[in-house]
Ligand binder design. Structure first.
Ligand code: PEP
Ligand code: MG
Length: 784
């Protein structure tokens, strides 16, 4: 049964035309369930009714014509109750409505299940039978499982078919939705970047240029065949003949008579080479996976592997052809922070990621660069959007493809308003961040996700509150050496010679991985991450700390911060290593200086060993042990503040992770993005508690998560008593403006009331109201 289910869902998602997919699906379900009729209805929210889209059993003429209101008939009842309905004699049911046009008089038994995606009823799947009887529990379970699996495919298919129509007509505005990732607006052409060959991500697309597609495919086959020859030759000495035979299987499959011919046939029907390949490979996979024999089932992965290799070579050609226009919006399946960094100086105006959420590091980087971004846009649309004109609204998460003149004008007006707001806040950029009644809060910079922090001194930052060291580790093939790190950190420290620079030790894991240090885990955010990795690898930690200390010589503005601390043992161990690095380095430096001085004294004979030692000690005294602090981002620290305060010099709250761990919501998962909210009462109360506890311990506290860069967030943090807040350079002037336009007393009143509210929704509406009252309404759209 599982294989049947899988095959039906796979076939459905492979079909480019929604109508054909629905028709094939009802036929398959009717057959699989050995019943007399299967129908699917899709919800039209505009008209408030379900439309009979496809049926195998009801009158063909009613397909696409017949409809039933949301609160009418048995179909409406399934939609309203959002649960299956299993009735032996449907015609006798009080809600049954007789609709002669569908010709269902001979059917009695009825089983309907809702198709629900992200809490929204998308349609109803129903089976009927002439014989009056209750469908079995197994039937019910099958239909419920099928509906649940079909739900996201139906949601995506809606978009797929919509885009296909758009290609044919090439007119009309189309709208897609995602999660607002970074505020702002971009009007430009979309460029799709496909970093990894993934058959599942290829969207089905037709073209008129059949000859070119055939040639592309043939070239990819030739290249793949050559690669197999080279691979089997290379491996022939190290693996046995049986294992090598797999290359022969691959090569046979590649021959024209097999797979090649089928792909060629699909290309002749008008499919693009990658679409044709996807269709054929996925068809093979579904056939192999449906076979009971495990040997054949496993062959499905060989086919997938072969298909992926062919796709890599096809996409390689496409990449070579990719020309970047002067300005563009970048779209990719999974936009990473390093991808954003790569394109930031090449005309990048905005970002669309099909995966990720508003606190993924790509979104955080986009915000720091002032680039609008939308995350978690519905999948399967990738290549169809390539080179389409679009408006990206990073405030609302809307994406308009092929916008008309009216919409463009509307957005151009919003852009001009946005610019006016930016110009206005720039007026306070060099003024202190102080409330109207004289309460100060320091505003610092978050840096490290990209180069460019040097300019931020002009944005009025009083130093760096969080320097993320991961990116320099990411865009490479191996760990950077101590010398390389020293040079880099020196530059960062020199950019703010008069202010503190808080450098965080390596925080990889979670959604930040190193290509040369792969970590495969089921729960990466709960796994080997941050300090857990670096304490397990002191050789990596010590080299980084030594590089920071060396870079700090003579500047003395370094502060070291430890990420992902969950308990005191981690702090003790990290401090032990930091002290070890410090004393080793100090000894090395002293010895180097003595050696240097001694060799100089040998020449002129003026310096004794004791004199050289005294001098060396004075010089090496320039190597100062920096302050060490920890990030408060794992909820366990809330209950260990006293013990932690005894060990460290400062605290900095990572509200991005604190929110994720306190609410148990993956910050990177668009499926649960609506639950991730730093304004959740539990998070705000935890922050208030942390501020109070650190005040009691006389330990300075700052906050460097995204909450600090939101106007309402900054007001609450000020009132809670945070000493410093740290944010991306783009938001510093806005936050200064907000703080300079309120009083501390007003902030305290707002906080007091906010902490009594019981839901995030109530918090948002109350804070929006307060911002309006304070005359800061213009900021609601711009970042809160
Ligand atoms: C945080 O967790 O709030 C934080 C500042 O660190 P990161 O976003 O890099 O995890
Ligand atoms: Mg964090």
């Amino acid at each position: 049964m599982l294989a049947t289910l899988r095959r039906i869902v796979l076939e459905f998602s492979q079909e480019a035309e929604l109508q054909t997919a629905l028709e094939r699906m009802v036929y398959r379900v009717k057959k699989a369930m050995k019943t007399d009729c299967c129908s699917i209805y899709l919800a039209d929210y505009h008209q408030q009714h379900f439309v009979l889209m496809a049926s195998d059993g009801l009158a063909k003429s009613s397909q696409g014509q017949a409809s039933i209101g949301f609160s009418e008939g048995l179909v409406g009842l399934v939609g309203q109750r959002e649960e299956p309905l299993n009735i032996a004699d449907a015609q006798q049911h009080q809600d049954f409505i007789h609709a002669p046009e569908v010709e269902e008089d001979e059917f009695n038994a009825f089983l309907g299940t809702p198709i629900i995606h992200q809490r929204k009823v998308l349609g109803i799947l129903a089976i009927q039978q002439k014989k009056s009887r209750h469908f079995t529990e197994n039937d019910e379970a099958f239909l419920v499982t099928l509906s649940a699996q079909l739900a996201s495919a139906v949601a995506n298919a809606e978009i797929k078919s919509l885009l296909n129509q758009q290609q044919e007509q090439n007119q009309g505005v189309k709208q897609l939705y995602g999660i607002p990732g970074a505020p702002g607006i971009a009007l430009s052409e979309i460029i799709v970047c496909q970093p990894q060959a993934d058959l599942a991500a290829v969207s089905l697309k037709k073209t008129i240029d059949k000859q070119k597609q055939l040639l592309r495919f043939e070239q990819a086959v030739t290249k793949t065949r050559l690669e197999f020859n080279a691979l089997s030759k290379l491996l022939s000495e190290s693996i046995d003949d049986d294992s090598l035979a797999i290359f022969d299987v691959y090569k046979q499959l590649l021959e024209q008579a097999n797979l090649g011919q089928e792909v060629g046939a699909k290309i002749s029907q008008g499919w693009r080479a990658d679409s044709a390949l996807k269709l054929v490979i996925e068809h093979y996979i579904s056939q192999f996976e449906a076979i009971e024999d495990s040997y054949f089932r496993e062959r499905a992965s060989d086919i997938r592997d072969l298909g992926t290799r062919l796709l890599v070579n096809l996409q390689q050609q496409a990449k070579e052809e990719l020309m970047l226009p002067n300005e563009f919006i970048l779209l990719a399946q999974d936009v990473s922070a390093s991808m954003v960094a790569q394109y930031q100086h090449q005309g990048l105006l905005g970002i669309i990621s099909l995966s990720g959420s508003n606190n993924s590091h790509a979104a955080i980087l986009a915000r720091s660069l002032g680039l609008p971004a939308i995350m978690g846009v519905n999948a399967n649309v990738l290549s169809q959007l390539h080179q389409q004109q679009a408006i990206l609204d990073g405030y609302s998460g809307e994406l308009f493809i092929n916008p008309d003149d009216g919409l463009i004008q509307e957005y151009q007006y919003l852009l001009s308003q946005e610019k006016a707001l930016t110009d206005k806040v720039m007026a306070v950029v060099h003024l202190p961040c102080i409330t109207q009644d004289g309460r100060a809060i320091e505003v610092l910079l978050n840096a490290g996700l990209s180069a460019g922090f040097e300019h931020s001194t002009q944005l009025g930052a009083l130093g760096i509150g969080l320097y993320r060291t991961e990116i320099p580790f990411m865009n490479r093939h191996c760990f950077p050496s101590e010398q390389e790190q020293t040079l880099l950190y020196r530059k960062v420290l020199q950019a703010f010679p008069k202010h503190g620079v808080t450098m965080r030790t390596l925080d990889v894991g979670g959604d930040k991985s190193l290509p040369y240090f792969p970590i495969n885990e089921d729960n990466p955010f709960l796994g080997w991450r941050g300090i857990r990795i670096t304490l397990d690898h002191p050789e990596i930690f010590l080299v980084q700390v030594r590089a920071m200390l060396r870079a700090n010589q003579g500047l003395n503005n370094l502060e070291i911060m430890l990420p992902m601390i969950s308990g005191v043992e981690e702090v003790d161990e990290a401090l032990r290593l930091i002290n070890q690095a410090f004393f080793e380095l100090k000894t090395e430096l002293t010895q180097d200086i003595i050696k240097e001085l001694m060799s100089a004294s040998n020449e002129d004979g003026h310096l004794s060993v004791q004199q050289a030692q005294v001098k060396a000690q004075t010089v090496s005294a320039k190597l100062v042990r920096p302050k060490v602090g920890i990030m408060l981002e794992v909820p366990s620290v809330i209950f260990q503040m006293e013990a932690l305060a005894k060990r460290v010099d400062f605290f900095s709250v990572g509200s991005n992770d604190l929110t994720q761990y306190l609410l148990a919501v993956d910050r990177n998962n668009s499926q649960v993005a609506n639950l991730y909210d730093a304004f959740h009462p539990a998070v705000l109360n935890a922050l208030n508690n942390l501020a109070q506890q650190s005040a009691k311990q006389l330990t300075p506290i700052s906050l460097c998560g995204e909450l600090a860069s939101q106007p309402a967030g900054a007001i609450l943090l000020l009132a809670m008593g945070f000493d410093k807040i740290s944010m991306n350079g783009h938001n510093i002037p806005r936050i200064k403006w907000v703080i300079r336009h309120i009083t501390f007393e007003q902030a305290q009143i707002i906080l007091e009331k906010t902490l009594t509210l019981t839901t995030a929704k109530k918090v948002h509406s109350y804070l929006n109201e307060q911002l309006e009252t304070l005359g800061l309404g213009g900021f609601i759209r711009a970042g809160y």
